[in-house]
Design a protein around this ligand. Structure first.
Ligand SMILES: [Cu+2]
Length: 377
């Protein structure tokens, strides 16, 4: 709670500052909120980062929403367009194999029923047949479903296997930690910085001066104050765990839904094929605000990812070097809050790049909507 109040106080401060500044439509040059920095070295020395919702937390141009990709669409039926190999295969398997098969079987059974009902109705068939067995037809109606199921099982089990394939060497590790009711993220291979993502509330739900959702942030209930950034074309090792109850990290466009279980690490891997903005939600009933812990992922080219990592105070691992960073489990001695000291020490001794752009690691409170961008509107 204390953190929440602190966040609110900051928000109010920004609101006052914002009164004299400008609205979100203000041109480049408005004052940047504290804690926000640019990733582009060219902007590094410019103190004035525009406070716009079109910019990410670190001041970089946020990926904009692509129509129909990475988020649900009103009235659309079917699976979201997929941007991973497994997702594309599953999409094809569902649309081209399973649905036609199910429709064909349902139509066949329906026609059989209609024929039986009509042909053998009492008036047309007053004397019922005494036949009780027909070996040929019994073999057919046993074997046909077996063959269909075996044919489905082959690609199905292959897909299941692919979904649990361990990430290859050189993968970027993303650790997603479920909390009631928000997500926190760690990048263990990139210096271990943390990102906390809370849902952005609507304008009428926040106190004056607090940040609220705009269309640039994403759809209602899906927009998060901090998007996580992942590189395109690089395998991602997703590890999930939880601080309290079981959550589930799910992004439909990635074909990923992985339970986050307290005291346990679940792992899967995927490779995002196309840059964009992808939204998901916690998909395990986890309590009162289960519906309010969205996931927002920006998939960007590798160089941009590296710039974002550096802006967050992290480092890019050297090729072939395994991570030597040990991140304590949530709640353990030395976790998140106590990590700050260590990060400061790392920053002092580690490779120093873009010194002026190094941002503090993000670890705002669970309930704070930090004031950036549209405060005071
Ligand atoms: Cu949850």
């Amino acid at each position: 709670m204390r953190k929440g109040f602190k966040g609110f106080a900051l928000a109010a401060g920004f609101a006052l500052a914002g009164l004299s500044a400008a609205s979100q439509a203000a041109p480049q040059g408005a004052a940047a909120p504290a804690g926000v920095s640019n990733i582009a070295p060219t902007n590094a020395t410019a103190p004035a980062a525009p406070a716009s919702p079109l910019l990410a937390q670190d001041g970089a141009p946020a990926t904009t929403i692509q129509p129909g990709i990475g988020h649900p669409v009103d009235g659309r039926i079917g699976i979201q367009p997929q941007v991973t190999t497994n997702g594309q295969f599953a999409h094809w398997f569902h649309d081209s194999i399973l649905v036609p098969l199910i429709v064909a079987i349902c139509v066949f059974v329906l026609l059989l029923l209609l024929w039986v009902v009509f042909r053998f109705r009492k008036s047309a068939n007053p004397v019922p047949s005494k036949t009780s067995h027909n070996t040929a037809i019994e073999i057919v109606w046993t074997l046909a479903p077996v063959i269909i199921l075996v044919l489905i099982a082959v690609p199905s089990i292959g897909l299941l296997q692919a979904q649990f394939k361990p990430a290859p060497a050189g993968a970027v590790t993303l650790k997603a930690i479920g909390n009631q009711w928000y997500w926190s993220y760690q990048y263990p291979d990139n210096g271990g910085f943390e990102v906390t993502a809370n849902m952005l509330k609507e304008k009428d739900q926040v106190a004056k001066g607090e940040r609220f959702r705009t269309d640039a942030d994403g759809p209602r209930l899906l927009a998060a104050d901090n998007r996580i950034v992942l590189p395109v074309g690089v395998p991602i090792r997703l590890i999930t765990t939880s601080q309290d109850v079981i959550h589930s990290w799910a992004v439909p466009a990635f074909w990923i839904k992985l339970d986050a279980v307290p005291g346990r690490l679940n792992e899967t891997s995927f490779t995002i094929k196309q840059p964009g903005l992808y939204f998901g939600q916690c998909s395990e009933l986890c309590g009162a605000r289960h519906a309010f812990m969205p996931i927002a992922v920006e998939a960007v080219p590798q160089a941009q990812f590296a710039a974002w990592v550096r802006a967050k105070g992290g480092t890019m691992p050297r090729p072939g070097t395994p991570s030597d960073k040990v991140i304590p489990q949530p709640g353990a001695e030395g976790s998140a809050a106590k990590q700050a000291e260590g990060n400061a020490a790392d920053a002092a001794t580690g490779p120093v790049e873009n010194v002026t752009t190094t941002a503090p690691t993000s670890s705002q409170g669970a309930t704070g909507n930090p004031a950036t961008g549209n405060a005071g509107q």
